[in-house]
Design a protein around this ligand. Sequence first.
Ligand SMILES: *Cc1c(COP(=O)(O)O)cnc(C)c1O
Length: 390
Amino acid sequence: MPIPPSLNTPRRLLMGPGPSEVPDSVLRALAQPTLGHLDPAFVEVMNQVQGMLRTVWGTRNDATFALSATGSSGMEACLTNLLEPGDRALIGVNGVFGSRMVEVAERAGAEVTRVDQTWGKPLDPSAFRLAAKGRRHKVVAMVHAETSTGVRNDLGPIRAVANEYGALFVADCVTSLGGMPVDLDASGVDAAYSASQKCLSAPSGTAPISLSERALAVMAKRTTPIRSWYLDLNLLRNYWGGERKYHHTAPSNLFYALHEALRLSLEEGLSNRYKRHQRNGLALCAGLTAMGLQLPVATNVRLPQLTLVAVPEGVDASAVLADLRDIYGIEIGGGLGPFAGKAWRIGLMGGASQRAHVIRLLAALHSTLLRHGYSPPDHGVAAAEGVYDA
Ligand SMILES: *Cc1c(COP(=O)(O)O)cnc(C)c1O
């Protein structure tokens, strides 16, 4: 095979379900000199990452750090460290990521009770209560921001069910962290994980994670070994603190990127950041609605950082995705599960959540829809601008 030329990757505007737009300063951080995973200068980076993560998570949990892998590793770490074979787990499922939690918990040997909800609707606490009745569950788990549908599942009501049954409460905060309030301690979450490439807007490859003292105490009482060596949180805690013992070769450059992404979030101010996500989400929805498009998720549970848009009758969903990418350089996502081929997913996560991007997408989508057999009654741009001008 001839040697290929150096990479020259195309620039895309990343407005899908992740990865999201990576700010230039994060890309620059990524290009800082590589350090060894035990170098004191890198240990200082790790300490700062931990400190900033505690603020972004809203926690005092000592066990707060990031895994050297993607968001799914956080899911796998939380569930395999807390669950032993034969333990019961109650897991909410209203999309892809709830189903993934079930699969991971089952592979950890747990007996899982699923609490299903129609995709596109929020989890129902009373269904959890009904499913929990009469049986002891060690873990109650749910997805905070279901990226496959754009639904927000509130933490409080499900946490209350976990409390009633004395169970640990595990939350997937992959798409919520950095884009909407999570407040782990105030929300009473015992174990949570996220990912670098959604609302934090770093490249993928690191997964923030945090565990309460209560969760650590449950782990300490395990009678069987944790089935994953790489994701054994006791070993990882010994690398991130304590003895600073070699566990794996941490990808230092990815941690520089996470460091800069966290720094940017704090510099912006978390509440400003949530407001920005809220406003751009509203503007996008106003524009889409003006274009006559249906948004299947109810307004009161819609995520500002991810919008599900129904594909109009007769329009080829994947042809629109391809045009947006190839003509306009914009990536959005397709539908999943019952929404496959029937909906698009537009992400306004972190760096992607900008007025200029919203307007560019609406204009591009308008032209694309016209070419593919749907004539929007309106351009959508003015409706979106109306939200900003209000
Ligand atoms: C993206 C995502 C994941 C999986 O993260 P990866 O980084 O793709 O492994 C898990 N849960 C939710 C809610 C997600 O959006």
